[in-house]
Design a protein around this ligand. Structure first.
Ligand SMILES: [Fe+2]
Length: 570
């Protein structure tokens, strides 16, 4: 049975294909069309996924779409009547979802009638929840999704039991933790779609002195719910001005004049970040943590479950995630690598396969390497055609050679195997550096990334050594949870440790990424440190996909070495 999952006409458009419940391929459209968080129809991602699975589009049995227009229809209609979004926009949005068969067929030059698949529509948060639960390997689990909004809800929780996923409760628009975080991120002058992680990074530098104020802005209810003080926002009165075209999505201003009266004039993008901004970020982060942790505690109590599968954009808040196990009563936490809307393509597919069709579970997402891969021949052709000098090395020697260069302080672009699913580079499309050098963060920022100095870099750590270096860290393959570094260890790897003593680590497993594991192991043998700084291989663009893009990014920046497959360029 072939199921194609599509997140389309929404941020982070993506495609995923399953054969008999096993994931074959998954990728975000942005990797192909080069627009960050691209919306629209993911034509390139669909084509690549089917090609990878050697699947004729006429063979697809189900197309799973993470949106259900008739869910919560009364609420949607009431708000649609209230909000001043033009009916032309609404009709256009609706039309996109009524001619999906045509759009899918046109990707392959086929007629709509050629696509025999049954189209199944799955509610947004059910798809988020399914993306975490059905890939977690847990037979039973509490399942929570928190984001800005999808199908009119912003937080949904329920329980997963084997093949079934049952919703217990919703929190509806306009009350939304995701929108609160987005609105404050906009106020802090970071206005691009998906900039919330910058606010989280900034928060560690501030003092949460406005916490009381944020307690007024977002109040926890009596049940597993919360409410915003809507006077500080405009999304409920003017509507959400969102564009999800093929290019980078955009969200219009969400905070009100009252917020400006309270905190002063918003920070202009690109202007200096001062202590006031840092304190606002810190207060927002602290309150978000307090609210979500309390809600999760109640979910744990109410469900009686010991496992938590967690998804939605808010699940990218890895500082908050680091407090979940110590503070909520859950024993296990699973966050899927594409916890945001890209992951909906996987979630909708698995919901159809298990919940709707009742098929047994077998797939577990043990790694994130589900994207495109280029052969050594393709890499060699790119290099030969470019006229650049390069050398070939046996795979067995590469780790030894490159680990020495890293130990000498060189910055290495490391391009190997299949691209990662989700926003984090996890050792296949990564820029790597020596974590022992405290200046490395500054060097990386100046030479390559040119990004805000308050944003931390994160380390990859050998999985079997993680608990020696970080409190409570055993298995965290997707870089979505922060851990406190052991105090006595910080001096040996200061560069990727954030100002608050924590790091968003990736644990590297010998079985799921042997090449990357071996590189770090060789580095450890030379230096005593089982870790490397790992940041995504890109420069103000989506993570590189093709060898050509990798080479162009390498040439444009001041990195020292590019390794692609068995080839080394210095
Ligand atoms: Fe979402």
């Amino acid at each position: 049975m072939i199921i194609l999952g599509l997140n389309c006409f929404h941020g982070d458009a993506s495609a995923a294909v399953f054969r008999d419940g096993e994931l074959i391929a998954a990728i975000e459209e942005e990797r192909f069309n080069r627009f960050k968080h691209s919306g629209g129809f993911p034509s390139n991602a669909v084509k690549w996924c089917l090609l990878k699975g050697n699947i004729d589009p006429r063979e697809i049995d189900y197309v799973a779409i993470p949106r259900k227009s008739n869910s919560h229809i009364l609420r949607k209609l009431i708000w649609a009547a209230r909000l001043p979004v033009s009916s032309a926009n609404r009709i256009k949005a609706l039309k996109n979802f009524t001619n999906l068969r045509e759009q899918l067929a046109s990707c392959f030059g086929l007629k709509p009638i050629d696509i025999k698949a049954d189209f199944k529509f799955v509610e947004h948060h059910l798809a988020h929840m399914a993306s975490a639960f059905y890939t977690s390997g847990h037979k039973n689990s509490a399942v929570v999704s928190i984001d800005g909004m999808g199908d009119h809800a912003s937080m949904v929780w329920g329980v997963g039991e084997d093949r079934k996923l049952t919703i217990r409760n919703y929190v509806y628009f306009p009350h939304s933790i995701g929108f609160l975080y987005t609105a404050m991120t906009q106020y802090l002058g970071m206005k691009s779609y998906g900039d919330e992680y910058k606010t989280m990074g900034l928060a560690s530098y501030g003092n949460p002195k406005y916490e009381d104020f944020f307690e007024q802005i977002i109040r926890i209810g009596k049940s597993i719910d919360f409410k915003l003080d809507l006077s500080y926002f405009i999304h409920h009165s003017k509507g959400i001005d969102m564009t999800f075209k093929t290019g980078e999505p955009h969200i219009g201003t969400m905070f009100s004049e009252k917020l400006v009266e309270t905190f002063g004039y918003p920070r202009e993008p690109g202007s200096p970040v001062n202590s006031h901004h840092k304190d606002i970020a810190a207060s927002l982060q602290k309150r978000t943590e307090t609210v979500v942790l309390e809600l999760l505690r109640r979910v744990q109590y109410s469900s009686g479950q010991k496992n938590l599968c967690y998804a939605g954009g808010v699940a990218f808040n890895c500082v908050l995630n680091g407090r979940i196990l110590p503070e909520t009563g859950f024993d296990n936490l699973y966050v899927q690598p594409a916890a945001g809307d890209a992951g909906l393509a996987i979630g909708a597919s698995l919901f159809v396969y298990h919940h709707i069709l009742g098929n047994p579970r077998k797939f577990i997402m043990r790694h994130s390497y589900w994207g495109p891969e280029y052969s050594n021949d393709q890499i060699k052709n790119t290099l030969t055609n470019s006229g650049i000098n390069f050398s070939a090395k046996e795979e067995i020697n590469i780790s030894d050679y490159i680990s020495s260069k890293l130990a000498d302080g060189k910055i290495v672009a490391w391009y190997q195997g299949k691209a990662e699913w989700g926003p984090r580079a996890l050792g296949n499309r990564s820029i790597l550096a020596d974590p022992r050098n405290n200046d490395m963060k500054e060097i990386l920022n100046q030479k390559i990334k040119n990004r805000e100095d308050f944003r931390p870099f994160a380390p990859s750590v050998l999985e079997e050594k993680a608990s020696e270096w970080f409190d409570g860290a055993t298995h965290s393959p997707f870089m979505l949870i922060t851990y406190k570094a052991k105090k006595e260890k910080i001096k040996y790897m200061p560069a990727p440790i954030h100002v608050d003593g924590s790091a968003r680590i990736q644990t590297v497993n010998k079985e799921t990424n042997p090449l990357y594991w071996n590189l770090i192991k060789q580095f450890e043998m030379k230096t005593g440190v089982p870790s490397l700084i790992n940041t995504s291989f890109n420069e103000s663009e989506p993570i590189v996909d093709t060898p050509q893009q990798a080479l162009e990014t390498f040439k444009r920046t001041n990195m020292d070495i590019l390794v692609m497959g068995n080839y080394v360029i210095e």
